[in-house]
Design a protein around this ligand. Structure first.
Ligand code: PLP
Length: 453
C-alpha cells in the first residue's frame, strides 16, 4: 500500500478528472477512497465518510455486499464472457431480463443492454430515428432535450443533454437535437405559482414542436427529476401536460431513469412517482448498484414489436452488451433490493423520514430557500434572500464550498449550481439519516458563517 501523497502524485501525473478544472486539483488534492461498507466509505488516511451520494448515485444497495461478490465470482467461473451476436445468448442475461420485467410496468417488453447510461442514451437516439424510419415517417429525426438536463458524456448523449459547457467541448450538439427550458420554479418561476409555471414550462415543448414542425420531431427526452442539473423536481402540473403534448403531436416520450431507477424515489422507477407513461426508459447505475458497469434501453411493446416485425437488422451491438458477469450481479442486486424490502422501506419508512428531517432542519434556515425531494433523493436550494428568491451570484462557488466543508464533517454530498444534493444508499438506517442531516447541517452552518450570515 502507498502513502496518500504517493497516490496523489501518480494520480496527478496520469489522470484527467471528470468535470473538474485540473489545476484546482493541485489546490485541493483528491481524497483517495480505499474502502466501502454499507453506507460508508473510507479514505487512505483512515477518514470515514457517510456517503450521501451513493458514489455517483449508483450504489443503491450499499457497499461491500458479499452476495453480489459471490454472484460475480460464480459467473466468472461458469462463463466469464459471451455475446449475443452469433445467434447466441446465455442464461445470465436471460435470467436477468426475466426478473427485470417483473418490476417494469407491463407496457415494456424488450431491453438492449449497454455498459453505461451514456451508451444507452446514444442508442436511444439511433433507435428513435430508426423507429420513425420503419413506420414511414423518416423526417421525424429531431430529439428535444432540456437545458441543464444530463444524459451522459458521449457525443450523442452530451448533445441531448443541456450543459452548454459540455457542448463547448467537441463542437456539440450534433444535428437534429433541440432543447427547451427546465422546470426549475425556484430560479426561473418569477411571480408565477409553481403549478402555473409547471404548465408554462411544459407548453414550451408544444411551442418548440410547432416551430420545428411536428413532422420533424421524433422524441422528447428528459429525466423525471433533473439530477445533475440540481435534483430539480418539476411542479405536479408538468408531466401530465408534457405527456398530453407528446401524444397530441405523435412524439415519443423518453424517460432517462439512470438516476431515478431501482428504488431511488421509493418507486422502482421514478416516472411512476410522477404518473406518466414513457415509451422508452434509459437505465444504468442502480441496475447493478455500481458493482460493475451496465446500462440499457427499455422499449415499449409497441416500439419493440414495430422494430422486430418491420425493422430488419438491428445494426447496433456492443462486445459487452448483456455481459454475463454484469447480468449476474444485476440479478443478485435487484433480487436483494426486492427480497430485503429495501425499496419498500425507502417508500414507506426511511424515505419519508429523510424528507421530514430535511424540512425540520432546513426550512427555517436563513440560507436555504427550498427543499425538494422524494424517497432517497433530495436537494436544498441556497438563496441569498429567501423572501425575494434571490440567488447568490457566485452560487456555484458557495455550494462547492459547502460540499468541501461536508467532507471535513465526514459526509459526502454533492454541489450543483446553487444546490446541495443528496442521494444516499437505499440501505441507510434512521440513525444514519440523522447523521447525514446533522453533518450536512453543520456544513451549511459553516458556509453561512463564512458568508457572514
Ligand atoms: N443519464 C443520467 C440522468 C445520468 O445522471 C447519467 C450519469 O450521471 C447518465 C445518463 C450517464 O450515465 P453514465 O455515466 O453511466 O454514462
Amino acid at each position: 500500500q502507498r502513502s496518500t501523497q504517493e497516490y496523489q502524485a501518480i494520480d496527478a501525473s496520469h489522470h484527467i478528472h471528470a468535470f473538474i478544472d485540473q489545476k484546482a486539483l493541485n489546490a485541493e488534492k483528491p481524497r483517495v477512497i480505499t474502502k466501502g461498507y454499507g453506507a460508508y466509505v473510507e479514505d487512505s488516511d483512515g477518514n470515514r465518510y457517510l456517503d450521501g451520494m451513493s458514489g455517483l448515485w449508483c450504489t443503491n444497495i450499499g457497499y461491500g455486499r458479499k452476495d453480489l461478490v459471490a454472484a460475480a465470482a460464480k459467473q466468472m467461473e461458469d462463463l466469464s464472457y459471451y455475446n449475443m451476436f452469433f445467434h447466441t445468448t446465455h442464461p445470465a442475461v436471460i435470467e436477468l431480463s426475466n426478473r427485470l420485467f417483473d418490476f417494469l410496468p407491463k407496457r415494456y417488453s424488450h431491453v438492449v443492454y449497454t455498459n453505461s447510461g451514456s451508451e444507452a442514451n446514444e442508442l436511444l437516439i439511433r433507435t428513435v430515428r430508426r423507429y420513425w424510419d420503419v413506420v414511414g415517417k423518416p423526417s421525424k429525426k429531431i430529439l428535444i432535450g432540456r437545458w441543464n438536463g444530463y444524459h451522459g458524456s458521449t457525443v450523442g448523449s452530451a448533445s441531448l443533454g443541456g450543459f452548454k459547457f459540455m457542448h463547448e467541448m467537441g463542437d456539440l450538439p450534433i444535428a437534429n437535437i433541440a432543447h427547451i427550458g427546465e422546470p426549475y420554479w425556484y430560479a426561473h418561476g418569477g411571480a408565477a405559482t409553481p403549478e402555473a409555471f409547471g404548465l408554462t414550462s411544459a407548453q414550451e415543448l408544444e411551442a418548440t414542436i410547432l416551430a420545428l414542425g411536428a413532422e420533424n420531431v421524433g422524441a422528447f427526452v428528459a429525466e423525471p427529476f433533473q439530477g445533475a442539473g440540481g435534483m430539480i423536481f418539476p411542479p405536479a402540473s408538468y408531466w401530465p401536460e408534457i405527456q398530453r403534448i407528446c401524444r397530441k403531436y405523435n412524439v415519443l416520450l423518453c424517460a432517462d431513469e439512470v438516476i431515478g431507477g431501482f428504488g431511488r424515489t421509493g418507486e422502482w422507477f421514478s416516472h411512476q412517482h410522477f404518473g406518466f407513461e414513457p415509451d422508452t426508459l434509459t437505465i444504468a447505475k442502480g441496475l447493478t448498484s455500481g458493482y460493475v458497469p451496465m446500462g440499457g434501453l427499455v422499449l415499449s411493446r409497441h416500439m419493440a414489436d414495430t422494430l422486430v416485425e418491420n425493422g430488419g437488422v438491428f445494426a447496433h451491438g456492443l462486445t459487452y452488451s448483456g455481459h454475463p458477469v454484469a447480468a449476474a450481479v444485476a440479478l443478485a442486486n435487484i433480487n436483494a433490493l426486492d427480497q430485503e424490502g429495501i425499496v419498500e422501506r425507502v417508500k414507506n419508512d426511511t424515505g419519508p423520514y429523510l424528507q421530514k428531517l430535511l424540512h425540520e432542519t432546513f426550512s427555517m434556515h436563513p440560507l436555504i430557500g427550498e427543499i425538494q425531494g422524494q424517497g432517497f433523493v433530495a436537494a436544498i436550494q441556497f438563496a441569498q434572500n429567501k423572501a425575494t428568491r434571490t440567488l447568490f451570484e457566485n452560487e456555484t462557488e458557495v455550494t462547492w464550498r459547502c460540499r468541501t466543508l461536508g467532507f471535513e464533517e465526514g459526509v459526502i454530498v454533492r454541489s450543483t449550481a446553487g444546490r446541495i444534493i443528496m442521494a444516499p444508499t437505499l440501505v441507510m438506517t434512521r440513525d444514519q439519516i440523522d447523521e447525514l442531516v446533522e453533518k450536512t447541517h453543520r456544513a451549511v452552518n459553516r458556509t453561512a458563517q463564512e458568508l457572514g450570515l
